[in-house]
Design a protein around this ligand. Sequence first.
Ligand SMILES: [Zn+2]
Length: 225
Amino acid sequence: MNYRIDHIPFETPNKRRPGLLMLPRTITIHNTGNPASSAAGERAWLTDPSNDRQASFHIVVDEREAVECIPLDENSWHAGDGSKTTSGNRTSIGIEICESGDYAMTLENAAELVALMLKARGWSVDQLRRHFDWSGKICPRLMYDGGKWTGWTAFKAMVSEKLKGDEDVKADKAGFEVNGEKQPDGLLINGTVYVPLRAAGEALGATVGWDNKNKVASLTTKGGK
Ligand SMILES: [Zn+2]
């Protein structure tokens, strides 16, 4: 997914970009509430002359891209809970998830983006909020499920999986012997032992080859061709 920065100007009407410094403490998830609009469309709406609302947001994601509309160290008006310094509007990064196009792909992109953002800050899914958590608005509405919020639970699980993904690869040292003779150490990764092929092959009397162009290693034993 492409991440594009296209900040709206400070002079955007209705103080949609007030430029108040923000030290983000959470990330808030929204749906756009517009089944027809793309990320580019939502970005364009923020500077559309016919838009008379104050509402704004930091990032909008669709099936193709993410567009950052307001820098993440400034506030935006997305949480519907006023301007107190403890409000969602002043402490939380607002991410709009588009409802148009391939929604499964859009969700995948959103989860990927959110996981990267949490990771970069050393945060977990505990730092995720719904718009609903700040102001009681039914948003993100496509995760609401009549009040059961099953979509929200599923989204957080998706993000959790992505956060965990990188930590799954844990390598331990593994000793390695051929016919009782000690060889250079290998690695134990997810239950599989990886050893230096040249050492293993030569210890077994095979010829070890390396095709650098195709990145293919080979072992040839006597009698093989
Ligand atoms: Zn919302």
